[in-house]
Design a protein around this ligand. Structure first.
Ligand code: AMP
Length: 112
């Protein structure tokens, strides 16, 4: 989508340091990190939110990309959290599906 900031990151229009890329997904560091490791994993194709996804391959690709990144960064030992905010009450601020991968401190539970 032409006015979507994450589409622009995914297609290189806005420069970003990708920590992961394959044919369908990219991952980059969050500009306002909530933990020492805070990575966003997104599909290159635009979906406004998790609620807009009907193709299950998006879920398998998104999750397997996130797990691979966590493994590659050595996050398994101390653990990590994956979060997908959806819609206004879910705390979603960027209307392009994204998975937060958080690690590097005790994240606590429940989230605030
Ligand atoms: P959410 O609130 O779940 O929609 O998360 C959106 C996330 O995108 C927030 O954590 C923002 O800090 C992050 N964000 C917004 N713009 C950028 C950007 N240009 N580069 C990296 N992260 C961004």
């Amino acid at each position: 989508m032409s006015d979507c900031i994450f589409c622009k990151i995914a297609n290189g229009e806005i420069p970003s340091d990708f920590v992961y890329e394959d044919d369908n997904f990219v991952a980059f560091r969050d500009v306002n990190p909530q933990a020492p490791v805070h990575i966003l994993v997104i599909p290159k194709k635009h979906y406004a939110s998790s609620a807009a996804v009907s193709d299950n391959s998006v879920w398998s690709g998104l999750m397997s990309s996130a797990v691979k990144i966590a493994r590659d960064l050595g996050l398994e030992k101390n653990g990590y959290r994956m979060v997908i905010n959806t819609g206004e009450q879910g705390g979603q601020s960027v209307p392009h599906l994204h998975l937060h991968l958080l690690a590097g401190r005790n994240l606590g539970w429940p989230p605030g």
